[in-house]
Design a protein around this ligand. Structure first.
Ligand SMILES: Cc1ncc(COP(=O)(O)O)c(C=O)c1O
Length: 368
């Protein structure tokens, strides 16, 4: 089973199933799942100890964690997470979307925070076992899915800033609906030049809670002003676009799909990569290059910016209808869903729900 870089593999998953009468109530309506509100019956756990590696791989009933209040993660933020999804196809098969890539990203996050990585293949086996056990939690409704949240946190009890010698890995799952209340309707986003999310050389390119804590104040202020998300600019010059909320961003400019390059402050999204690969297959030119907010605003004015959309696991593709910048709202594509955003959304979700061919082998079934 999952091992760190250097230690011997554990081989078994201990399984403690929840007794039928103690099962958690299922969501009453798959049209009203929201995001991150419901949690399935079971969790995956494993423990890490320096010198021993990952061990005690187990699936247990969903429940509270027992943590020493001096656990390093609680004090100094040595903690990472990721987020992927399982989908039910029309025939009922349950499949994960690009799971290895999410686990590889989780390992990069771990490495940046001096935490042990997991063995991708055996961790994937354990994830598949978890989703199989809770497969009746995978929604049947098109548009809904099972969100999977792996977390690693530093559990050594010590009040000095140091690299922990002990970690806990756990995975929660739960049924989710579309991320935005607006569904696939275009969103209204606010460019902030007051706050920054991450700086190159920092931790912006990995999934660690501090990045999200740092984003809350800007997001709250944006909601208060009627916007859905914040569009972040680079932390140094505050002129180049980085990403939007918990998504990457794309501009369809003069027939070229432009997205900011991965230079250390942006999360390398799995959906971003999916969009780039699909655009390549469709002979749409893609440029990963710096794009300034001035260029964006100017091209909206000139009519050369056809579409803006965000990409992410939660919402897949999220068209942007309006951008607020320095007190003015700029409308993109007459506030309508763009053709390319629609085509990408249809293709990605078509593959995820097993309605379209999957030539890239992105979907991994949970059953053998
Ligand atoms: C900050 C941030 N950027 C971008 C993304 C999109 O990444 P992905 O497509 O892998 O979900 C996410 C979501 O994970 C995110 O949290």
């Amino acid at each position: 089973m999952p091992t760190s870089r250097d230690e011997k593999p554990a081989l078994e998953i201990e399984i403690t199933e929840v007794e039928l009468p103690n099962r958690r109530p299922k969501p009453p309506d798959e049209d009203k799942l929201g995001f991150g509100i419901f949690f399935s019956d079971h969790m995956l756990h494993m423990d890490y100890q320096k010198g021993e590696g990952w061990h005690r791989v187990r699936i247990e009933p969903y429940g509270s964690l027992s943590l020493d209040p001096a656990s390093l993660a609680l004090h100094y933020g040595q903690q990472i997470f990721d987020g992927l999804k399982a989908f039910r196809s029309g025939e009922g098969a349950v499949r994960l979307f690009r799971p290895r890539e999410y686990l590889e990203r989780m390992n990069r996050s771990s490495a940046r925070l001096c935490m042990p990585g997991v063995d991708v293949e055996s961790t994937l086996e354990a994830l598949r076992a978890l989703v199989r056990i809770d497969s009746d939690w995978v929604p049947k409704k098109r548009g809904a899915s099972l969100y999977i949240r792996p977390v690693i946190l530093a559990t050594e009890a010590a009040l000095g800033v140091k690299v922990s010698d002990e970690y806990s890995f756990f995975v929660l799952t739960g049924p989710v609906g579309p991320y935005y209340a607006e569904g696939f309707n275009p969103t209204k986003i606010l460019v902030t030049d007051r706050y920054v999310r991450a700086v190159r050389g920092g931790i912006g390119e990995v999934k660690t809670p501090g990045n999200y804590a740092a984003s809350l104040m800007a997001a709250e202020e944006a909601y208060e002003q009627g916007y859905t998300q914040v569009l972040w600019l680079d932390a140094c010059s505050r002129s180049y676009v980085e990403e939007v909320g918990t998504s990457n961003i794309f501009f369809y400019l003069n027939g070229v799909l432009v997205t900011p390059p991965l230079k250390g402050s942006i999360l390398p999204g799995v959906t971003r990569r999916t969009v780039i690969e699909l655009a390549g297959n469709w002979d749409i030119p893609v440029e990963e290059r710096p794009i300034s907010i001035e260029e964006v605003i100017e091209s909206i004015g000139k009519g050369t910016l056809g579409e803006i959309f965000a990409s992410g696991t939660a919402a897949v593709i999220s068209p942007v209808g309006q951008i607020g910048y320095q007190g003015t709202d700029y409308t993109v594509n007459q506030g309508a869903v763009g053709e390319l955003a629609q085509r990408l959304f249809d293709e990605i979700t078509g593959i995820q729900y097993g309605e379209r061919p999957d030539p890239h082998g992105w979907m991994v079934p949970v059953a053998d």
